[in-house]
Design a protein around this ligand. Sequence first.
Ligand code: SAH
Ligand code: SF4
Ligand code: F3S
Length: 446
Amino acid sequence: MQQKVFIKTFGCQMNVYDSNRIIDSVEKIGYLKTEKYEEANCYILNTCHIRDKAKEKVYHEIGRVKKIFRKKKKPIIIVAGCVAQAENKEMLKREPFIDIIMGPQSYHKINDTILNHIKSKKRQEETEFDTIEKFNYLNKIRNKDSNVSSFLTIQEGCDKFCSFCVVPYTRGPEYSRPFDQIINDAKNLIKNGTKEIILIGQNVNAYKFEKNNDIYRLSNLILELENFSEIKRIRYTTSHPKDMTEDLIECYKISKKLMPLLHLPVQSGSNKILNLMNRKHNIEEYLLIYEKLKKINKNIQFSSDFIIGYPGESNQDFNDTLNLINKINFINSYSFIYSPRPGTTASNLEIVKKLEAEKRLNIIQNQLFENQISRNKSLEGKIVEVLVENKMKDKIKLFGRTEHMVSVIFNGSAANIGKIVKVKINSSNQNSLFGKIVEIQNKKVA
Ligand code: SAH
Ligand code: SF4
Ligand code: F3S
């Protein structure tokens, strides 16, 4: 009987890429991907540890899976990702239902670990940081992701140790994949029909690979990838202000396919808080990047992540963040209340009172939403370029994104998927634009 694997993915784009690659790998030992969890012989949870009660959420999820399979044969249960890395053996001890624990830098071992488990019936734990082996292995397996817009991991891990963040502990030290390996991965994606590549990494703009005494950076990758005629758009995320080097800024001048939206998390608008967070940059440096980019192209927009209520955040610090939001007019941004993470240097600091933090989050989100609503409203009546990604769930409307990643929903045939079309916007809300196709690849639509 055909073996089926179900994977549920939490967290960031890195996990989305990893989950796709895990599927590519286990197919080699006979497991085909299923979207129906109840028919899985292998059930993988790819977890995230970034905030809140990450660990408890995983146990809760396992409890759910247990119930589903109460009267059926138990599938192999694998907990992968950042919670697996952080908790490792503890999870096996606490939850007998789990068979395999696998950290994010051990996926090259996934097939062997599953086979070992089946043979020996022993529970397994793999949480070494073997990033080089992981990517060398994945490079040998064809990337089958066939989305119009695909993630491509070019860099993993982090050496920056912001005082609130678990990533350096769960993903390990910074590692940049070899340049040629990335191009090879991209060629596979192109063969599968990808039109937009989103280069990803926890510190994607720290990408640095040395070959024959030459240094290759993110800018080199962007310029190389845009030579492929099939690729229409290039993006990258997530970047750190400290690594916004001149060559990357210059890229916005010379690249024809790099999109004019930069996700550059600032976390706070207060230098005092940035310093306490060990962010290694200040607001003046951030604004300088903003000004340089706006000078190159005033159409470039910024998006960001904000942490609200970081220990020591006064009302003044909070107002500094609000002022920055109004100055930069960020779009598509995320904001979270600070969540103490075990093992990080900030974990024992006195936190801002919950009610106060919630009040501040509310104010920030309202501001971000208001800016977003009025920006979307300003596009009504205008024509925007949209890369068509897929059909909506209703199977009637199409879904695509503008150059600034804003979702656009409109009528049209599936033949337009993968194409750039021009859409006239009729209406909008906070998250989406709605309109009508007026041009498909330079041809007017009646
Ligand atoms: N490398 C990226 C961010 C990766 S984590 C950077 O340096 O900006 C993604 C986002 O999660 C962060 O930008 C931050 O806003 C949020 N985050 C990380 N740790 C957090 C914590 N302990 N509490 C609340 N938000 C957190
Ligand atoms: Fe976390 Fe800071 Fe590294 Fe980003 S730069 S992943 S926030 S430690
Ligand atoms: Fe979460 Fe790990 Fe990504 S903690 S945000 S899945 S790097």
